[in-house]
Design a protein around this ligand. Structure first.
Ligand SMILES: Cc1cc2nc3c(=O)[nH]c(=O)nc-3n(C[C@H](O)[C@H](O)[C@H](O)COP(=O)(O)O)c2cc1C
Ligand code: SF4
Length: 471
């Protein structure tokens, strides 16, 4: 039977484990940092030397670590894009905005094991010659910000941070910055604008790739909370050993947020690709199955912007037909099935779900959160939300399904500055494609009801007129 594999959350949920430094140290905390700082330059066969920083960066590449924030981009590759020759300072930002609906994994780390995040961040900063870093935390997590600030103070007091860290000669300062509660602040360039004190309008890429023109137009690394925690484990166990966890090209573990119509909603850490979507929903170690008497209708596999799967859907993966429930939960299988693992948030919907209302709810969120810079996204997300509202509240039309797809198809594809354009289109495109009959039936029923109401009200009005004339 599939089981959890706890690497990041190994201690966080143990009874008696607390977020303070003393507890973290009792569990081997900051040993990986000490190891990183003690690394000696390595002689290469060609006579060159590999610095401690280069060794860590190489190890992160070897580990195969992919970003846990959404896109699953290789962390080692991202670090290799950093412009190290510009002469400008290099910054690192930990993205703790966590606002993708359905996602509640980063906050487990922040609230239960903040020093683990700090240790991973400090090592990542050391490896990339960063001397100033920020943790950008979602505004709605004030307690998380408080805990992180306490952890930073404790780390400073023990010289895990600050000047000449543990006598290594390396200086680093980290600040916590609270967002004001906008989804777009999670998008890395919007986040950078917000950190600079401006409206979080995402920047256009090119030229504003953070690795080259990021915070204050300096080279900047933006990594997710969970990604940075993994850096600590890569240094502790070595990149090659880390790569043995999970499956090829999908290495390590992931913390999956599971919500919706399951018996045991919650977060579960798994080896990537070693557990299927069906196991996550049904196994007693995970979701524990649907509510009694219910059957599965749909699954959103990677946060609200991921394309929805319909129960019973089959996919061709590596030449084999695979049922949706048998898809391994990893980056590549979900992409091959036409969706994504995104922020690793699974939302389960059983047969009691009104699929039109569910999509209307998602579309409302995107219409509210669009930053408004790009016309297709600003207007399109609003039109979709209005049409869905109409449809969900008895004012629909049979043609609404096609209308929605027409709008959704015209938002992405290079017409917008950031990936929000895709994020708001994918749910509409996939819900309508997979449940079109429900959208059409609802619109048709509304039209028929309105036509009947019109006939009845016309008849009543004629009757009233006739009565008035008769008297
Ligand atoms: C609209 C939008 C919202 C995002 N929100 C988040 C978020 O809340 N947290 C996060 O880590 N990444 C988020 N991302 C992804 C970030 O832009 C960025 O790719 C990520 O932080 C990089 O970290 P990683 O490489 O470690 O995954 C979002 C992206 C988009 C387009
Ligand atoms: S795609 Fe949407 S959220 Fe992104 S910049 Fe354009 S308007 Fe703003």
């Amino acid at each position: 039977m599939a089981q959890e594999y706890k690497l990041i959350l190994k201690h966080a949920d143990e009874p008696g484990y607390t977020p303070d430094l003393e507890c973290y140290l009792r569990h081997g905390g900051y040993d990986a940092l000490k190891k990183a700082l003690a690394l000696q330059p390595k002689d290469l066969a060609d006579g060159k030397k590999l610095s401690a920083q280069e060794q860590i960066r190489d190890d992160v590449k070897i580990s195969g670590l992919r970003g846990r924030g959404g896109a699953g981009f290789s962390c080692g590759l991202k670090w290799s894009f950093v412009d190290r020759k510009s002469g400008k300072p290099i910054y690192l930002i930990c993205n703790a905005d966590e606002s993708e609906p359905g996602t509640f994994k980063d906050r487990q780390i922040i609230y239960k094991d903040p020093h683990q995040l700090l240790e991973g961040t400090i090592i990542a900063c050391f490896a990339n010659d960063v001397h100033l870093a920020y943790i950008y935390i979602r505004g709605e997590m004030p307690d998380g910000a408080k805990l992180l600030n306490q952890a930073l103070a404790e780390a400073r007091a023990k010289n895990f941070l600050g000047k000449n860290i543990l006598g290594s000669g390396y200086d680093l300062e980290i600040y916590v910055h609270r967002g004001a509660g906008a989804y777009i602040c999670g998008e890395e360039t919007g986040l950078i604008e917000s950190l600079e004190g401006k409206r979080p309008y995402p920047r256009i890429k090119p030229p504003y790739f953070p690795a080259v023109l990021g915070l204050w137009m300096c080279p900047t690394i933006v990594n997710n909370v969970e990604t940075l925690c993994n850096v600590k484990h890569i240094v502790a166990m070595g990149g090659a050993e880390f790569a043995n966890l999970g499956t090829p090209n999908n290495t390590g573990t992931r913390i999956v947020s599971l919500s919706g119509h399951v018996q045991r909603p919650g977060y579960f850490e798994i080896e990537i690709g070693k557990v299927t979507i069906g196991q996550l929903i049904n196994d007693p170690a995970f979701g524990g199955g649907l509510r009694p008497g219910r059957s599965l209708k749909a699954v959103i596999p990677g946060g609200s912007s991921a394309k929805v799967f319909k129960a019973g859907e089959k996919f061709k993966i590596k030449g084999q037909e695979v049922d949706m429930l048998d898809l391994p939960y990893d980056f590549d299988s979900l992409i091959a099935a036409g969706s994504m693992s995104g922020s690793s948030a699974i939302i389960v919907m059983d047969d009691s779900t009104d699929i039109v209302a569910a999509l209307a709810n998602i579309a409302d969120f995107y219409a509210h959160e669009s930053c408004g810079q790009c016309t297709p996204c600003r207007e399109g997300s609003l039109w979709m939300s209005k049409a869905l509202h109409r449809l969900a509240h008895g004012e629909g039309r049979a043609s609404d399904a096609d209308y929605l797809v027409k709008i959704a198809d015209n938002i992405p594809g290079g017409r917008t500055i950031c990936a929000f354009g895709e994020a708001c289109s994918w749910p509409v495109q996939s819900f309508v494609a997979k449940f079109k009959d429900e959208f059409v039936a609802k619109g048709k029923a509304d039209e028929e009801r309105r036509a009947k109401e019109n006939v009845e009200s016309a008849a009543a009005s004629t009757e009233r007129k006739e009565l008035a004339t008769a008297h």
